[in-house]
Design a protein around this ligand. Structure first.
Ligand SMILES: [Zn+2]
Ligand SMILES: [Zn+2]
Length: 279
């Protein structure tokens, strides 16, 4: 990701107050976010004289190119300009902590994946596991990616609760793990939509945090079709299960997985299974 300064400068201070300038800037940033051109929603804003500026993260160096603007971004920018605001977009540099974006020419498949700490796009490449900016996909029914950004926010809220282990832990963990939870039903529906518009397989990740035992976990079948879905080797250092029929991914529960490497003669790859191939 990249760190940017987005500024609006009032050319007609008598027409547009500083408060209005802040409001118009925030509306434009929100439109950029829902189009995937800004990641995250924490953007400190500084108002100095006629200039109001915000520091924001973008997925790529060229995220603010006009060719990526959605209709709501275009409308928000036009509104700013109509109020006499001059818009300036400046790349300050690459974010030192974030994951590099996917550079694959044409990913063979995608996965919807996020976590409580992720600021990146929830669309990941199945080949390199790098994040893919939302605006590279076809817009959703809302005319932007509002549906997906909302799903990501809901997912991260549940993931944060299960990590904190103090409030609604069981409920949040069920939302993340169960194939028929509200959160996962919505995520799976988004995967279907995105699979259709991208014409590529789109996988969904089912979290597994705890299990009765390692053996129970190793014998787990795909919750969609009941088939064997164990992978012979771990994919992207996270996924131990994959069903190509249901487009599902999962991991060996984190609380028992360590036992694999602790057992003599047993590798983390475990029992060989019929690894399915990506279609
Ligand atoms: Zn890639
Ligand atoms: Zn299945």
């Amino acid at each position: 990701m990249y760190v940017n300064r987005v500024s609006v400068t009032s050319t007609k201070p008598d027409k547009c107050s500083r408060e209005s300038g802040v409001d118009l800037l925030v509306t434009m940033l929100a439109a950029y976010r829902m189009n995937g051109q800004i990641c995250g929603r924490e953007w400190p804003i500084v108002a100095e004289g006629e200039i109001v500026s915000a520091i924001v993260l973008s997925p790529e160096e060229r995220s603010f190119d006009a060719r990526f603007n959605g209709k709501y971004v275009t409308a928000a920018m036009a509104h700013c300009e109509a109020e006499g605001l001059l818009i300036t977009l400046e790349v300050l540099g690459e974010d030192a902590e974030s994951l590099p974006s996917c550079q694959c020419h044409r990913p063979s498949a995608y996965v919807l994946f996020t976590s409580y700490t992720a600021l990146e796009s929830p669309i990941r490449c199945m080949d390199c596991f790098g994040p893919i900016a939302l605006y590279h996909m076809e817009v959703m029914a809302s005319g932007e990616f509002h549906e997906l950004v909302t799903w990501q926010s809901d997912y991260q809220s549940c993931d944060q609760l299960q990590m904190n282990c103090s409030v609604l832990e069981q409920e949040a963990t069920r939302e993340l793990s169960s194939i028929d939870s509200s959160l996962n039903k919505i995520g799976l529906a988004h995967c279907q939509t995105l699979a259709t518009t991208s014409n590529r397989p789109f996988y969904y990740y089912l979290f597994s945090g705890e299990s009765e035992s390692l053996q129970t976990e190793l014998e787990r079948r795909c919750p969609g079709c009941g088939n064997d879905w164990r992978l012979t080797s771990r994919l992207h250092d996270l996924f131990d299960f994959r069903c190509d029929r249901c487009r599902l991914l999962s991991n060996i529960a984190f609380d028992v997985r360590w036992e694999l490497s602790a057992e003599p003669g047993r590798t983390p790859e475990g029992t060989p299974t019929n690894e399915p191939k990506l279609i």
